[in-house]
Design a protein around this ligand. Sequence first.
Ligand SMILES: *Cc1c(COP(=O)(O)O)cnc(C)c1O
Length: 462
Amino acid sequence: MNELKNLPSVDRLLSEAALQSLVAEHGRTFVTDAVRAELTLVREAVKGGAALPSDDAIAAAVAQRVAAHMRPRLQPVFNLTGTVLHTNLGRAVLPESVVEAIARAARAPCALEYDLESGGRGDRDDVVEDLLRELTGAEAATVVNNNAAAVFLLLNTLAQKKEVVVSRGELVEIGGAFRVPDIMRRAGSRLVEVGTTNRSHLRDFDEAVNAKTGLVMKVHTSNYAVQGFTAAVPEGELAALAHARGVPFVVDLGSGTLVDLAQWGLPHEPTPRESIDAGADLVTFSGDKLLGGPQAGLLVGRRELIAKIKKNPLKRALRVGKLTLAALEATLTLYRDPERLPQRLEALRLLTRPEGEIHAQAERLLPVWQSALAQWPLDASIEATLSQIGSGSLPVDRLPSVALVARPRGKRAGVLHKLEAALRRLPMPVIGHIAADALRLDLRCLRPEDEAAFADRLGGLK
Ligand SMILES: *Cc1c(COP(=O)(O)O)cnc(C)c1O
């Protein structure tokens, strides 16, 4: 107890050289708070019978505390999960040209809602509307915070207190609580399900449309596939039916890449242009899934419908900021040169990485992986694996890839979770995937330019 009298004062600790330099870097207030918090801990420990640490030891603990508090929560990580567009890891990684556009918009005032021709007030959607029209064939476009917001705004504007006819097979739930029936209810629309889980026919829609119908809607089943005895009505037929009955036909595409991915050996994913060409009046899609840009929800389609949507006061609540618009403009601009997209659009570059290139990378990294695991009861190897595209895109198709693999010797599944946690605690966390009694680090998303840094980090594994 007597030791408590010798507890250093806040001022005495702050005069230590190590803490003086922390004060110079982070400010007196912040460091003083850390000193107080550390002293409280020490006081409790000493009361409990522990020996009083030296001033140096307390100062070192304060320095650790400050460092931990200063580390950004939004930490960059290596996404080696095998899911390229991983929602929990921020979906699409942006190309450098897009990152620069964001920095430019952040650094100086920009003509966000200002018409430089007339000097009058502009509309922030103008930043990307021409590009979206050009790339989708739609008459008009508007942008909100994400696709969930786009769907919500569309329903709330065009079908409040009205019925929305959707196939029962398309009532999707997207990870993170986007569910079509819930969004409908919140938007004030009444969901009318038609057909069955596996089959819907034109006559089902025909019978459901009546005077209370506000919209006929198609939702792209982006994260699952119904296979076997199935039937869905083509968009062109739904559009024709809706128009004959005087209601708009709208499509929630979800992913919405702007080009045919089949040209690079990837599975074909429906594009907004295909829906527009088939007669859709409005199409909604995300900016950060296969499009490869920032988080955003895009609405494209008929001019008068877009105009109505923009007049909804909720548009103001759901609008995007200048950083998003800058990123979106720069991303969409890349689509004007589709031949070079796989080199320039980061998401597509990762999705189209040749298996041979990933394999060569795995062979180079295998010795590093083996030596990192030398002290672990694990066998290190490289194995073929299959990457997923992710973010509710193309659920059935997998891309051949190669992974660094750790398998426990004998029956010791617990060790995999220890390894997974150790990888997560590296200075730049490495996120892998445990399945079938092995931990895999899928190398598809380890960019060649990051390989050396990654190998370096693995060396620090304990
Ligand atoms: C992903 C997705 C959404 C939600 O989009 P967010 O951009 O995540 O808000 C909605 N509908 C479909 C069909 C989707 O695939």
